[in-house]
Design a protein around this ligand. Sequence first.
Ligand code: ZN
Length: 77
Amino acid sequence: MPVPKQRVGHSDQGHRRANWKAVQPNLFYCSNCGSPASPHTICGVCGFYKGKLISARFAKKSGYAAAQAQASENESA
Ligand SMILES: [Zn+2]
């Protein structure tokens, strides 16, 4: 493991830390429910991604699965 050659003084430490900046997280808004979420992830509120219900956890709550089943029945009939 590398070992520091010299002790870093308070001034150097402060100058280094002066460049630590808070970065605003990248947000996008869910196309289904409109709540803010991280990009490229399933919405944590409704379980949708790219307009489709992905997470089974939300299927019952939203009634989406039932609606999809009905739609497929209508298509086949
Ligand atoms: Zn959502």
